[in-house]
Design a protein around this ligand. Structure first.
Ligand SMILES: *Cc1c(COP(=O)(O)O)cnc(C)c1O
Length: 434
């Protein structure tokens, strides 16, 4: 940038001023130079400057442009432009989400940069994968993966170890595939799906001349245990079956990351995580990652049309603003809070004659209740606590168990971003209503 300040101020001051300016611009230049998550987060003003400069590259910012297309990013208010950080042309081309958009060189560079920084972040956490930020949340991102699996492998049935989240179930019906549920079993307090049953389901579908794809779940509420994604990956490799993992909030805890790392040695076609649950963005974005670069490309090809740049920019902002060092301390805090939660719930359970359910889970805990759990959750809501889930033992959807679960219970979460004060408060309130 050539800023001519000559003669506007004394020369030694001009040098001093230019030096400061240069240092500030250097911060922005470094982001584009390194294309990695910064160790220490970058402040908002520099992020804003980066976004401003990139969005100035889009053709709708050309002061002399002549616009005669039917879609020229004509936006009525600044309020609307602000909502997409001035990347009014969005991202992607109609045929491929990740292709550069000729009308939007800046947004195209921004998207590519986001994906590179995202990859560096996942690599930093130990996952050597290719990744894309998606402009849709987890459920729709899973739908993209399933659609790519159908396109590439002719998949026509989704084998789903039963986990009661509506997003993956609707993702399957949305793309019009049949779902074959694999039922859960009870083992102590744990609700889980036997890997052998998944293998049987695969065998049966193959015998019937179908092409199954397995959709496993890594992150879930207790008492439903995580699917054994490592064993499932091995089986999928043996049978040459595509395997998609729903890891909605997997990135925030090494318990999950280690499982993904191991699973990635075998058959994993794609892993989906939520941008809001892991990266502190508003809801609306997803992250898809895999070692299989060509499958990732297939996924980006299934997305119909262009997309809003907003979810992608939000992911970029989070990665730049948080930085790898702070993300690690947030992960540590999450872990400490989970330990605190378990200790306090154990104590509370002792006092109330309840049980802290013994289910291995790095984020969520479960305490039984003799009261109506829906009533307990309702009272907590009125006490201005959001998040706890009350589940009745005969709620087959809630428990993920088709027979009667032995207890009514309340699920409490200690997810990334939670603070010790929150944990103390929720257990105190829980104590008053349990
Ligand atoms: C949060 C979550 C989803 C979420 O889906 P969205 O489409 O992002 O709302 C899906 N599956 C599981 C297991 C989740 O925890």
């Amino acid at each position: 940038m050539n800023l001519n300040t000559k003669g506007l101020l004394p020369e030694h001051m001009e040098h001093r001023g230019k030096l400061t300016l240069k240092e500030n611009l250097k911060i922005v230049e470094n982001i584009l130079e390194q294309r990695k998550i910064p160790e220490v987060g970058i402040d908002e003003e520099h992020i804003k400057l980066l976004l401003r400069l990139l969005s100035f590259m889009d053709t709708d910012k050309d002061p002399n442009v002549i616009q005669i297309g039917e879609r020229e990013a004509r936006v009525y208010t600044k309020l609307q432009r602000d909502s997409v950080f001035d990347f009014c042309h969005g991202v992607g081309r109609s045929g491929n989400l990740t292709d550069p958009q000729p009308k939007a060189p800046g947004a195209s560079a921004m998207y590519k940069l986001t994906n590179k920084i995202l990859e560096s972040f996942l690599k930093f956490l130990g996952l050597k994968v290719n990744a894309i930020a998606t402009p849709v949340a987890t459920g729709m991102s899973l739908a993209l993966c399933l659609s790519a699996s159908r396109k590439k492998y002719g998949s026509n049935v989704v084998i789903y170890p039963y986990a009661s989240h509506k997003s993956p179930i609707k993702a399957t019906s949305f793309i019009g595939m049949r779902m074959r549920l694999v039922e859960t079993v009870l083992e102590g307090h744990i609700v889980k799906v036997d890997v052998g049953e998944i293998e049987d389901a695969i065998k049966r579908e193959i015998k019937d001349k179908n092409n199954p794809v397995v959709l496993s779940t890594l992150t879930f509420f207790p008492p439903r245990k995580s699917d054994d994604v490592v064993e499932i990956s091995k089986i999928c490799e043996d049978y040459n079956i595509p395997h998609i993992i729903n890891g909605a909030y997997a990135i925030q805890n090494f318990y999950y990351i280690d499982k993904l790392k191991k699973a990635l040695k075998y058959r994993v076609d794609a892993i989906v995580s939520s941008s809001d649950k892991n990266l502190f963005t508003p809801i609306g974005g997803g992250i898809i990652y895999t070692k299989d670069e060509s499958f990732l490309k297939e996924i980006s090809l299934t997305y119909p049309g262009r997309a809003s740049s907003n979810p992608v920019v939000n992911i970029l902002i989070s990665l730049l603003a948080i930085g790898s060092r702070n993300y690690i301390s947030l992960m540590k805090e999450q872990k400490t809070c989970k330990k605190l939660l378990d200790d306090l719930l154990e104590d509370l359970a002792g006092k109330k004659g309840e049980i802290l359910l013994q289910v291995e889970n790095p984020i969520s805990s479960c305490i039984t209740t003799k009261k109506d759990p829906l009533d307990v959750a309702g009272k907590l809501y009125n006490l201005r606590i959001t998040g706890p889930r009350g589940v009745r033992k005969n709620d087959h959807f809630g428990t993920c168990y088709l027979k009667e679960y032995p207890y009514n219970y309340i699920v409490v979460n200690s997810a990334i971003g939670v603070k010790k004060e929150d944990i103390y408060m929720v257990v105190e309130k829980l104590s008053s209503v349990l």
